[in-house]
Write a protein that binds this ligand. Structure first.
Ligand code: PGA
Length: 249
């Protein structure tokens, strides 16, 4: 099965010129990696130009966030239909860095529904901030999943991607172990199944300190369909290598 790799550029790079260079290097790697689907989550101001210049089919585009309301007085926000209008196909929802700025489970619930209504594929991020060893993080993640999927009709479940990103592993020195991810992937499916949803149709990604050295292990042993990559995705060389090794795995 194809691997999905989301390049979360976050608030990088500084200029459109650099964005084009990074895109070009990523595009080349994606073009030769037949078994990897690359999704670039560029800053919203770069999306339309990158998308319109690209004539191929191997790379897809995502917004890093969008509002759940259709339109109106929401200074600084962009709507799902505006994202769709750039011809991006995906939108990241509830990233830990957005949640840290105040985004709630109720917001993600509305955003997932709004994305689906605009024919965008939501990439719903979940993940606990800390782990105590007592397993409370499972309860925390289950709440995020139950809310996030609350307004998703059973027929649309397969359209949603879940990105599990333990906050303590984002921007860290190493990812969570693939064994722990495997356990979490089972838990995610169980939680969705208990909600009456066809959990086997949901694609699951892991994110947090993934780079070209650990991507294959996580993909092979973490029970995931792919990876969400932050820092390593803005280093053109590292990211091209990551795509290559995943393609060969
Ligand atoms: P990182 O970020 O790969 O730099 O740890 C991942 C993310 O926040 O999506």
């Amino acid at each position: 099965m194809k691997s999905i790799v989301v390049a979360n550029w976050k608030m990088n790079p500084a200029t459109m010129r650099e964005a084009k260079l990074l895109f070009e290097a990523t595009r080349k790697a994606a073009e030769r990696a037949k078994s990897v689907s690359v999704i670039i989550a560029a800053p919203a101001v770069y999306l339309r130009e990158l998308r319109s210049r690209y004539k191929g089919r191997r790379v897809s585009f995502a917004a890093q966030n969008a509002h759940f309301e259709k339109a109106g007085s929401f200074t600084g926000e962009i709507s799902m239909s505006q994202v769709r209008d750039t011809h991006a196909g995906f939108v990241i929802i509830g990233h830990a860095e957005r949640r840290a700025m105040g985004e709630t489970n109720a917001d993600t619930r509305k955003k997932v529904a709004a994305a689906l209504a605009c024919q965008l594929t939501p990439i719903l991020c979940v993940g606990e901030t800390t782990r105590s060893g007592k397993g409370e993080h499972f309860i925390y993640v289950a709440d995020q999943l139950r809310e996030g999927f609350n307004d998703v009709l059973p027929a649309k479940v397969a359209r949603v991607i879940v990105a599990y990103e333990p906050v303590w592993a984002i921007g860290a020195s190493k990812p969570m172990s693939a064994g722990e991810m495997h356990e979490m992937a089972i838990f995610i499916r169980k939680t969705l199944q208990a909600k009456g949803l066809n959990a086997m149709s949901v694609r699951i990604l892991y994110g947090g300190s993934i780079d070209e050295t650990n991507a294959v292990d996580m993909r092979r042993n973490g029970d995931v369909n792919g990876l969400l990559v932050g820092r390593a995705s803005t280093d053109a060389k590292k990211f091209a290598t990551l795509i290559d090794v995943l393609n060969d795995a």
